[in-house]
Design a protein around this ligand. Structure first.
Ligand code: SAH
Length: 362
């Protein structure tokens, strides 16, 4: 392996050119990158992998993102919202099975009734689990008041992917209107930070027209924003979306998968103490995709605990895995899968971002 490549692996601060070299690595160099990321993850974060049981709360969405299967204009989607009692049951399932945390994710809605329902659910979950179950939200762009209310009700982490930090690419991925405004999304991330949430963002990897330089920008954007958590994965086509028309421009799924792993590993080098998720989209391409990510820097996994009857309708992309399994089946299989990666499950623990704790002297 080139000497200069191993020197880059050991840098303390990274410039764009270094990140580009890492993202472009192949063969032995790629292997060395993955090993280095795993070494950093093991020494700084430890060998625990933390669970966030994800409840896909609703596929109603007021947005029309060009890549997403549950976009407003897709009339082939059977729309649903999980009932309150089913959400509570799923949260209690996670609690009893010692998951430590859940994520409530949803299509984007901002109506007062929606905001209030989520607020009440958060309060109930907190009471029923004596405040012991960690709760992350992933409900898109909301007002400051809404974010504050949900925080007061018990949410402490929020995931809002920037999708792409490059304005031009972002504008190619979304309708050009106020509802899909890059600056508004950025403002939301800043608001969430200000309100004291642990903030996660992320991007899709392998979007038509995206370059390695764009991904370098994305990594530097995450560093600059000083995020606490990251969830990113390969872009996967969905035939009922406008972006499907650009599928001939795409790299193979295998290439997108590989690039996503390199993004995870490179981010681990760049931000050593944040939480990084091994995302479900990785598993859609490779049956052990998430496990591979856990071996090159990721430390979070999000088992799907959505009631089975809704799962096929939360189809952001094609081949979404685990759509026909009940939550319990996932648990036993996950525990084994994780121990095979040389890690163990951090049962009953929130597994908060060390970065958040370090910067706030907690
Ligand atoms: N409404 C929420 C949750 C969106 S779904 C929000 O706006 O934050 C969660 C993530 O799924 C999105 O942020 C997006 O990055 C990802 N996603 C959507 N469509 C996808 C696709 N076709 N391929 C891969 N990931 C996709």
């Amino acid at each position: 392996m080139d000497k200069s490549f191993s020197a880059i692996l050991n840098l303390e601060s990274f410039e764009a050119a270094h990140l580009k070299t890492l993202l472009s690595s192949e063969g032995d160099e790629k292997k060395a990158l993955f090993e280095k990321a795993n070494e950093i993850k093991q020494s700084i974060i430890g060998n625990k992998v933390f669970f966030r049981g994800i409840i896909e709360y609703s596929n109603f969405c007021q947005k029309d993102c060009f890549y997403c299967g549950i976009r407003k204009s897709n009339s082939n989607v059977k729309r649903y919202t999980v009932s309150d009692s089913e959400v509570i049951d799923a949260a209690l399932f996670a609690f009893k099975n010692r998951y430590g945390s859940i994520v409530l994710q949803s299509g984007e809605m901002t109506s007062p009734a929606f905001v209030e329902r989520i607020e009440n659910l958060l309060k109930q979950i907190k009471v029923l689990t004596s405040g012991q179950l960690g709760v992350t939200l992933s409900m898109g762009e909301q007002s400051e008041d809404t974010y504050q209310r949900w925080k007061n009700a018990g949410a402490h982490r929020y995931l809002l992917r920037i999708e792409s930090s490059n304005r031009l690419l972002y504008s190619q991925m979304h309708p050009n209107d106020l509802m899909h405004d890059f600056d508004r999304r950025l403002d939301c991330l800043k608001l969430l930070k200000k309100l004291g949430y642990q903030v996660g963002t992320g991007v899709m990897i392998g979007v038509p027209g995206q370059t390695i330089d764009n991904l370098v920008e994305d990594l530097l954007f995450m560093k600059e924003l000083d995020i606490d958590m990251c969830g990113m994965g390969p872009y996967l086509e969905h035939e009922d979306t406008p972006m499907y028309e650009k599928r001939k421009m795409l790299d193979s799924q295998k290439q997108r998968f590989d690039l996503a792993l390199k993004m995870v590993a490179t981010l681990r080098l760049l931000m050593k103490d944040i939480n990084i998720a091994a995302t479900t989209a990785l598993q859609a391409i490779d049956p052990v995709g998430r496990e591979k990510a856990l071996k090159c820097g990721a430390n979070i996994i999000m088992p799907n605990i959505t009631p089975a009857k809704y799962r096929t309708d939360y189809k952001l992309y094609e081949n979404k895995p685990c759509t026909d399994e009940a939550a319990d089946d996932c648990l036993s299989c996950l525990d084994v899968r994780i121990s095979l990666t040389g890690n163990e499950v951090g049962y009953d623990q929130w597994g908060d971002s060390q970065h958040f704790q370090n910067k706030n002297n907690i």
